[in-house]
Design a protein around this ligand. Structure first.
Ligand SMILES: C[S@@+](CC[C@H](N)C(=O)[O-])C[C@H]1O[C@@H](n2cnc3c(N)ncnc32)[C@H](O)[C@@H]1O
Length: 95
């Protein structure tokens, strides 16, 4: 299966951070629903843009990001450091 995301790795962040989504407000919405000190698993976490904002709002949350695209998670790892656990996996078939 061809992964369409691999080919756009180098400009995905530029595209998404040019006003396409308001990640800060999305993270605030999530926070208003689930509250603090939660465990979050984001399926399709990509380069960690939403994770970064959520962890800023709630530094105590235990964040796990799952994504099928290794090159995206490499960027997420640089962005998030040890603030999140990152797993390369297909969300449709993972254990
Ligand atoms: C549109 S991007 C969104 C990324 C991130 N959540 C964001 O808002 O920037 C979709 C993400 O889902 C991932 N993805 C697509 N199918 C997947 C699957 N079956 N299992 C895990 N990740 C998947 C892609 O690799 C990509 O990183």
């Amino acid at each position: 299966m061809v992964n369409q995301y691999t080919g756009i790795t180098n400009y995905y962040d530029l595209l998404m951070m040019s006003g396409y989504y308001d990640y800060h407000n999305i993270a605030k919405e999530v926070y208003s629903i689930i509250g603090n000190n939660c465990e979050i698993i984001e399926l399709g976490t990509g380069t960690g843009l939403l994770a970064e904002k959520y962890i800023e709002i709630d530094p105590n949350c235990q964040f796990t990001g799952v994504d099928i695209t290794p090159s995206f998670l490499e960027i997420a790892k640089k962005r998030l450091g040890n603030k999140a656990k990152l797993i390369v996996a297909d969300a449709l078939t993972m254990e």
